[in-house]
Design a protein around this ligand. Structure first.
Ligand code: PEP
Length: 252
């Protein structure tokens, strides 16, 4: 079954104290939520243990995600954090392949596949990000680029594993820029992504949640989430302000 999901990607923001406070506010404000939306927050690594405790104390309605994981199981990989460690600390999800990781840290499709495999074998659901850059959209290659990101990574998974994956379509030109894809542009790409997934996993395509990300905010979430193939959002900037994040969650 396709789930409605709103996930907040905090990126490299907030002190531990601020993060704990934000997690408490989000937990409190979502307590009586009854619109069936799965709420996820993805704080920095250093915050995960503390935030995990907060979420457990508050009743476990908000789920924890990491923003990245290692492409290896364990061992001599200084500075890395394994998927199993994330599962140990209470994560249920991990964001993989965010455009900032692809662009600033050189993460390739090959690395991303390894990360997804690590996440899945640790019992985490990957939130796999895809999306085209501005010049790729302007030269009308956006469908081709996104299809390649999917076929080179997700097509290598087994159906059972694919059923645990969430896809986030994040046009790079819309991330943190204030420019949002129109709801029609989002729907067009989400429907396309579903068709591409169906090319390899026909029985699953309808059940995979596909989130939109890129300057999503309270003022545009409702229109975007109303589209048939948009199952929620991956929210950056607006997820750092509890009231805005809640307003987005309530846009369903
Ligand atoms: C993101 O980084 O995943 C994102 C969608 O950021 P923003 O909402 O700030 O554009």
């Amino acid at each position: 079954m396709r789930k409605k999901i709103v996930a907040g990607n905090w990126k490299m923001n907030t002190s531990v104290e601020e993060g704990i406070l934000l997690a408490k506010q989000i937990s409190f404000l979502t307590k009586d939520l009854e619109n069936g939306v799965e709420v996820i927050i993805a704080p920095p690594f250093t915050h995960l243990a503390g935030v995990s405790q907060v979420l457990k104390n508050e009743g476990g309605k908000v789920h924890l995600s990491a923003q990245n994981c290692a492409d290896q199981l364990s061992g001599a990989y200084t500075g890395e954090v394994s998927a199993k460690m994330l599962e140990d600390v209470g994560c249920k999800y991990v964001i993989i392949g965010h455009s900032e990781r692809r662009e600033y840290y050189g993460e390739t499709n090959e690395t991303l596949l390894k990360k997804i495999e690590q996440a899945l074998s640790a019992g985490l659901s990957p939130i796999f990000c895809v999306g085209e850059k501005l010049d790729e959209r302007e030269s009308n290659r956006h469908f081709e680029v996104v299809a390649e990101q999917i076929t080179e990574v997700l097509y290598k998974l087994k159906g059972f594993d694919m059923s645990k994956v969430i896809v986030a379509y994040e046009p790079v030109w819309a991330i943190g820029t204030g420019k949002t894809a129109s709801s029609d542009q989002a729907e067009e790409m989400h429907a396309y992504i579903r068709r591409v997934i169906g090319g390899k996993f026909p029985a699953l395509a309808d059940d995979i949640s596909i989130l939109y990300g890129g300057s999503c905010k309270p003022s545009n979430a409702q229109e975007i989430f109303a589209k048939e193939n948009v199952d929620g959002g991956l929210i950056g900037g607006a997820s750092l302000v509890a009231q805005d994040f809640i307003a987005i969650i309530k846009s369903f």
